[in-house]
Design a protein around this ligand. Structure first.
Ligand code: SAM
Length: 301
């Protein structure tokens, strides 16, 4: 039986994954774990490579390990997001690469060679580890993987002792959840994130029977109601339109999940227009802190 894989959602006009391919992206809830695939188990793989160098080399190394010798690997990425380095990276793993360019992407194809070179170091560099500075389990590729995000730091400093049951939307590796759970009055905390690796690190960092960790998309994989609080540092990127709407969805989901009188604690980049979304959904919106380009809001439903 031939088993094929796909990682992410490559544009179909650039590289098409065979029908029935198993999805392996950690950013798509429910996907398979490429880390667990037996060596040589896949006959072909199409991979939309992630932008971070360490994460990309790790993912490509996992894909090559999972492929049978002679199995075809197609790797693509936008040129300015690692695509221009793909060919060299694949050659470094011992592959003979055919490379084309289309629609600002670099597309590389190769057969998995019988002998791979240097995948162990790529696998070790991209693997989970304890970061001494953070004092937490983390992995290259997850949000702010080796430093505390300044927005999260501001929210942690301003968060009061919360109580009852609540949620941390986009919990990452669990830094905010650890602060929330330091309050003994918190009875239950749902921690959810769309990144499987983040939830796995969060499970190592937050070993607390009150915590329930879910690998889910806040926009769709959620059935929460009657919560006393929600805390979050919603995803954004350079204020791009798409990411603003993602943050706005987080706010709407929080409003739906809270009981009347429940509170949302939110930190956001100062330039993001979240007040306009908060005000119609919440009874009271209060700016609680502002520093280093970030704002912390408390919004009561
Ligand atoms: C700005 S980070 C905050 C992470 C963590 N709370 C912290 O303070 O370090 C936003 C998080 O939301 C996650 N995320 C992005 N889109 C998501 C979605 N649709 N559903 C759930 N989580 C999402 C990201 O993976 C990331 O971990």
């Amino acid at each position: 039986m031939t088993v094929t894989g796909v990682y992410g959602t490559p544009p179909a006009e650039l590289a098409e994954a065979p029908a029935g391919s198993i999805q392996f992206s950690p950013l798509i809830p429910g996907s398979g774990r490429l880390e667990d695939r037996e060596e040589g188990a896949l006959s072909a793989m199409v991979l939309l490579a992630p932008p971070g160098t360490v994460e990309r080399r790790y993912t490509v190394a996992l894909a090559l390990r999972a492929l049978a010798p002679g199995g075809v690997l197609t790797v693509l990425a936008p040129k300015d997001k690692g695509g221009s380095r793909l060919g060299k990276e694949l050659k470094g793993f011992g592959c003979e690469v055919r490379e084309t360019s289309r629609r600002h992407h670099r597309i590389c194809e190769c057969e998995r060679p019988p002998q791979l070179a240097g995948i162990e170091s790529a696998l070790a560099e991209g693997a989970p580890r304890v970061d001494d500075g953070l004092g937490l389990w983390t992995q290259p590729g997850v949000f702010s993987w080796n430093r505390l995000d300044p927005g999260s730091a501001l929210l942690k400093r301003n968060l009061p002792a919360l109580s009852g049951k609540g949620a941390d939307f986009g919990c990452g590796i669990g830094t905010l959840s650890r602060t929330i759970l330091s309050s003994p009055k918190v009875t239950h905390l749902v921690m959810l994130d769309i990144d499987r690796r983040a939830t796995e690190m969060a499970a190592r960092n937050v070993q607390d029977s009150r915590a329930e960790i879910r690998w889910a998309d806040v926009r769709s994989g959620l059935r929460l109601s009657g919560l006393d609080f929600v805390a979050m540092n919603p995803p954004f990127h350079d204020g791009g339109a798409e990411d603003q709407s993602l943050g706005q969805s987080f706010i709407r989901r929080a409003a739906e999940s809270l009981r009347p009188g429940g509170v949302l604690w939110l930190v956001a980049n100062r330039h993001l227009p979240y007040e306009g979304v908060l005000k119609p959904l919440f009874k009271r919106v209060t700016l609680r802190a502002e520093a280093a380009g970030y704002k912390v809001y408390e919004a009561q439903k």
